[in-house]
Design a protein around this ligand. Structure first.
Ligand code: HEC
Length: 311
């Protein structure tokens, strides 16, 4: 009896689950999906071309240094780079002394403790330190940014679809919601217009970002190498720099890939030659002793003829 009740209860669950699955599948198949307003106005990042694109791409050290300059002078006020150490800058072409000077003059000091009293304090950065966050903790970061948290930028190009192109588009993507029109020519509806402290940017997933436009005018940074600092150039350079912070070993990876391809090509040729070498004599031997070998065929014909067998 208990078994029967358990069976019926189980059956009841299966019927209900099956019913709701069937309903869901039917609705999915027959009803068109409703597009959200965000979706209608959201833009995919525009692809910008970089020296590190493709399987053989390499970093342009000059560009990375320019990008670092933009990070240092603009973004570092709000964003940390906690996975990158000052000494890593040697990989993008800075000398040891330059790195020391950069760390020493960094605008934000790194947290430390007083060696005598053990009290919390700060000190100047050294090349071994990682780039410090501009805020002591998340609460302070949110309090300074309209309750939004500026993310650490070390891995941001890996964390967003589109990578460097996304950051580039985002930095230049601020628009005036009053005059902006989407591809269908529609104006921005009031429900997705930015609230207080937010900024309209169609490249950002929910269209309203708490980051004020960081790259505002040409010449905001004066490049050490004399390159003209247009808004597009600055956005591109800092995006390239953030690709390097997220993937400093990209060039090794590309080189290893190329070496592997060459090796595989070489191994293919080698194995083909080995195959020919090994089977070449084996095939000859088979033919020489096999029944279809012309010599053997002639012999068998001869024997048949001698025995008076018609072929
Ligand atoms: C005034 C402070 C401030 C400055 C300066 C600033 N940002 Fe931001 N940034 C923010 C805040 C706040 C957010 C979080 C926005 C949100 O979640 O709405 C953010 C978010 C971002 C994001 C993530 C967007 C996403 O998809 O989640 C990126 C990328 C970014 N900033 C890049 C930069 C770069 C590059 C610079 C320098 C050129 C820079 N920011 C300068 C405050 C700042």
């Amino acid at each position: 009896m208990v078994r029967l009740i358990a069976f019926l209860v189980g059956l009841g669950f299966v019927v209900v689950a099956g019913w709701s699955l069937g309903n869901g599948v039917y609705a999915f198949a027959t009803q068109p999906r409703e597009e959200s307003v965000e979706h209608q106005f959201h833009l995919q990042p525009e692809h910008a071309s970089y020296s590190f694109d493709g399987p053989f791409g390499t970093y342009d050290r000059q560009q990375l240094q320019r990008g670092f300059q933009v990070y240092k002078e603009v973004c570092a006020a709000c964003h940390g780079l906690s996975y990158v150490a000052f000494r890593n800058l040697e990989e993008i072409g800075y000398g040891e002394a330059e790195v020391k000077a950069i760390a020493n003059q960094w605008q934000i000091e790194v947290p430390d403790i007083d060696p005598k009293t053990g009290e919390a304090s700060t000190r100047k950065a050294t090349p071994a330190d990682h780039f410090p966050s501009p805020y002591p903790n998340e609460v302070a970061a949110r309090a300074a940014n309209n309750n939004a948290l500026p993310p650490d930028l070390s891995l941001i190009t890996k964390a967003r679809h589109g990578g460097a192109s996304y950051v580039h588009s985002l930095l230049l993507g601020y628009r005036d919601p009053a005059t902006y029109r989407n591809k269908e020519g529609e104006p921005v509806p009031t429900e997705v217009r930015p609230g207080q402290g937010l900024h309209f940017n169609p490249y950002f997933a929910n269209l309203n970002i708490a980051m004020p436009p960081p790259i505002q005018s040409d010449g905001q940074v004066t490049y050490a190498d004399g390159t003209a600092a247009t808004r597009d150039q600055m956005a591109k350079d800092v995006s390239a720099f953030l690709t390097w912070t997220a993937e400093p070993r990209l060039e090794n990876r590309h080189r290893a890939g190329l070496a592997t391809l060459i090796f595989l090509l070489f191994a293919t040729v080698l194995s083909y030659l080995a195959y020919q070498n090994v089977w070449h004599s084996a095939k000859r031997k088979v033919r020489a002793s096999g029944p279809l070998d012309p010599v053997n065929l002639a012999k068998s014909h001869e024997a048949s003829r001698e025995a008076g067998i018609q072929q």
